[in-house]
Design a protein around this ligand. Structure first.
Ligand SMILES: Nc1ncnc2c1ncn2[C@@H]1O[C@H](COP(=O)(O)OP(=O)(O)OP(=O)(O)O)[C@@H](O)[C@H]1O
Length: 737
């Protein structure tokens, strides 16, 4: 086959593959995009380590191949590495072309009700945002896709009605933020039986043109978390997700109305550069670890989904819960969804490692559709991999040690005879090895203590939550118990902060270690050996962190479920109370009559408000992870609005009601006495306002009155009736008209 025939054949295969994607037989298309060298790279005379051939093959040249022949971690690499993808684009590809080749075909499925996802992957500065968002002169995939969507909607408007709703959010450090809202709060994910995964409280905007979308993107991108990195002055440190919900209804509906929904997700992922990159320090490193965790989880989900598709076994586990990103995209990956991954790389020789990692990640995604016999790579396997890596590194260490001692035995002149170069080298090596081991042991110790404290905090939060629901014990006892928990919590929070600071400063010190190694001027083999010791220790620490995060996220989901159950009970109670209340008002209006039963209902309202107060306390403690002052006197309105789903008007009405519902007051009782001309029995004599006032007045609630004659009873009823009728009328006027 000559070159031209080969190319034609390949293009044919690719078109077939895209047809299969459209038919749902395959579900992922993987493309590579290599950007041009930028001005700074050209000025620094950096050369290109990436070559693209035939819009399909990527050749990566290892610039360190010669100098690192002995590096154990590069042992299995070649100088030139080749990867093949569905598409590989060099720097000459235009924004229009890349959109047309990779994403345009998805829209036909979307208006038929199929979900679709496009995401851009790659290290910082590789061109993800340029590919997805672009700029006003050269818009990226997001705007072009929306343009085509509106075009198709117009073309199909004779058969179908379409409603398009758009939301734009970012996931930063595992927190979800609405990019279209000025409120800076974290949002929660919920699974809705009819709508699938939804972000509670997200701004959804009905859009009808590309211009509107572009305006939204502009606003959203301004709100996105950005920092300068070495490679990109305005590096996006978060995953940005533009989600478009399309509702499709037939214009001419038959007896059974058919409504289809499709979700189109376009994701500009955060940079995949290595978390342990030596120039990443402190918080940036932790941020990087979070990004890597979610990208790893995304890879695992894609892989597991492909297994399900190929083995036709829907019972296989997909680790969606491993990160917010994958939870959000749960119904936008696999299933009836078509996925396009565009892996962006820089051609610069200096970003060789990141490019290599990106190509490997993309290659893994690509293998999904061809390699049927791969194992599912879930978190557990990932941890096993770590164990294997550590084991391999240990063996290599031993081997290197042996080589060194053999070499010394053969080459070293006796100490008293020859140069002391080798002796100095040995001493430095031993010293460095001890320093590295001591450093990482310290990291491990701090990590463990930090984890212990976090588990204790979770435990205490759970106990507070339980206590708040405790209705069997005396309120004062419960309050004392909660106060002591809060005290504990406060000191644990302080400990947690101290450990976090210590951990961050230790991570910073890793750079000092690397500088020390560099400055020791070790021979090549000694340097390799010590770097291998360093990497082994680092891998061990990171694996512990992943194990812990996994365990913690499990605990958290259990805890959240408990909370949800409790809040559901409350909502039920609230609905019951609102209903009763409406009935009371209705009764008052229609029959001009209030009964004891109704008055009992008002007590329910008061109980409910008290319960809410507990919940507010509970929510504040659980959500903030630290004790806060939650007394009702301290800005209740703001807290109620932000933390509980009770309508603020209803809440303040309830609060007002508790205030009014210490019946009977001294004044009321006196007037009852005057009205009845009869002395109340001793057991009901007037109470002075004391600290026990509230409890006493509860005992005096109307249901507990025992008047000694019918006349008194009738007059009391009459008075209650008048007063409550007035009150209920006010309420009715205020909230129900
Ligand atoms: N194909 C391209 N052609 C021309 N310029 C490009 C191309 N790709 C990226 N650039 C430029 O390179 C710079 C970095 O690109 P971009 O911000 O898209 O990177 P990124 O991968 O999103 O980085 P980060 O993860 O740090 O946000 C930008 O100035 C962008 O305009």
């Amino acid at each position: 086959m000559n070159n031209k025939e080969y190319l034609n054949d390949f293009n044919l295969q690719r078109n077939n593959y895209i047809d299969q994607l459209k038919n749902g037989q395959n579900n992922i298309l993987v493309a590579i995009r290599c950007r041009p060298l930028n001005q700074r790279e050209i000025e620094r005379s950096e050369y290109e380590a990436v070559r693209i051939l035939d819009e399909r093959v990527v050749v990566l040249i290892d610039p360190y191949y010669e100098s690192n022949q002995n590096d154990v971690l590069r042992k299995n690499r070649n100088k030139e590495m080749q990867f093949a993808f569905d598409y590989a684009f060099d720097e000459t590809i235009s924004q229009t072309e890349i959109y047309e080749k990779t994403s345009k075909f998805l829209l036909d499925g979307v208006i038929e009700g199929f979900n679709a996802t496009v995401f851009a992957y790659g290290a910082t500065g590789a061109g993800k945002t340029y590919t997805m968002v672009g700029n006003p002169d050269n818009p990226g995939i997001m705007a072009r896709t929306m343009n085509q969507l509106y075009y198709l909607i117009q073309e199909n408007s004779n058969q179908n009605h379409f409603i398009v709703r758009v939301s734009y959010l970012e996931i930063y450090n595992e927190n979800i933020k609405d990019l279209l809202s000025i409120e800076d709060k974290n949002l929660d994910l919920r699974e809705d039986p009819s709508q699938g995964v939804v972000v509670a409280g997200i701004t959804e905007i009905e859009c009808s043109s590309t211009q509107e979308i572009m305006a939204l993107l502009k606003v959203g991108n301004r709100n996105r978390t950005k920092e300068a990195t070495e490679a990109n002055e305005a590096s996006s440190r978060s995953h940005a997700v533009l989600q478009v919900q399309v509702e499709i209804k037939q214009v001419e509906q038959g007896p059974q109305e058919e409504v289809k929904y499709a979700k189109l997700s376009m994701v500009d992922l955060a940079g995949s550069e290595r978390a342990a990159n030596t120039s990443n320090r402190g918080l940036r490193m932790i941020e990087g670890a979070k990004i890597n965790q979610s990208l790893l989880c995304l890879g695992n989900c894609i892989q597991a989904l492909s297994q399900i598709q190929e083995k036709k076994n829907s019972n296989l586990f997909v680790p969606y819960r491993g990160s917010k990103l994958t939870r959000l995209l749960k119904d936008s990956l696999g299933g009836n969804c078509r996925t396009v991954m565009i892996a962006n790389v820089s051609p610069s020789v200096l970003t060789f490692e990141d490019t290599y990692n990106t190509l490997n990640y993309a290659n893994r995604a690509k293998n999904i559709k061809t390699n049927v016999v791969r194992n599912i790579l879930n978190v557990e396997n990932h941890l096993n991999n770590y164990a294997q890596i550590i084991q391999n590194l240990r063996q290599e260490n031993e081997q290197l040690k042996r080589q060194l001692s053999d070499k010394q035995a053969i080459n070293l002149p006796p100490i008293n005879q020859g140069s002391d170069y080798e002796q100095i080298q040995n001493e430095s090596l031993n010293k460095l090895e001890k320093i590295i081991q001591k450093h990482f042991q310290l990291e491990l110790d701090i990590q463990k203590s930090q984890q212990d404290v976090e588990f204790q905090i979770d435990k205490i939060n759970g106990l507070i939550f339980q206590s708040l629901q405790d209705s069997t014990n005396d309120k004062d006892i419960v309050k004392d118990r909660i106060d002591s928990f809060k005290q504990n919590l406060k000191s644990l929070m302080q400990q947690k902060e101290d450990y976090t600071n210590k951990y961050i400063s230790l991570i910073d010190k890793r750079n000092d270690l690397l500088t020390q190694i560099k400055q020791a001027n070790l021979s090549l083999s000694n340097n390799n050996y010590i770097m291998s010791v360093y990497k082994q220790a680092q891998v061990q620490t990171e694996s512990l962190e992943i194990q812990y995060r996994e365990k913690k996220s499990d605990n958290q989901s259990k805890h959240k479920e408990q909370q949800v159950q409790f809040l559901q009970q409350q909502i039920k109670l609230r609905d019951g109370v609102i209903n009763d209340w409406k009935n009371i008002i209705q009764d008052g209006k229609l029959k001009n009559k209030i009964t004891y039963k109704n008055l009992k209902n008002i007590e329910d309202v008061a109980d409910f408000a008290r319960l809410n107060h507990s919940t507010i306390q509970n929510q504040s403690i659980i959500q903030n992870g630290s004790p806060v002052n939650t007394s009702l006197q301290h800005s209740p309105k703001r807290r109620v609005q932000s933390q509980i789903s009770v309508h603020p008007k209803l809440y303040s009405a309830q609060k007002q009601k508790i205030g009014q519902y210490h019946l009977p007051t001294r004044k009321n009782q006196l007037s009852i006495q005057q009205a009845s001309d009869t002395n109340l029995p001793d057991s009901h004599s007037v109470h002075s306002k004391s600290s026990k006032g509230n409890r006493q007045s509860q005992n005096n609630s109307p249901a507990n009155f025992q008047p000694n004659n019918n006349l008194l009873k009738a007059r009391q009823q009459q008075l209650y009736l008048q007063r409550n009728q007035k009150f209920l009328k006010q309420q009715e006027k205020k909230y129900f008209k």
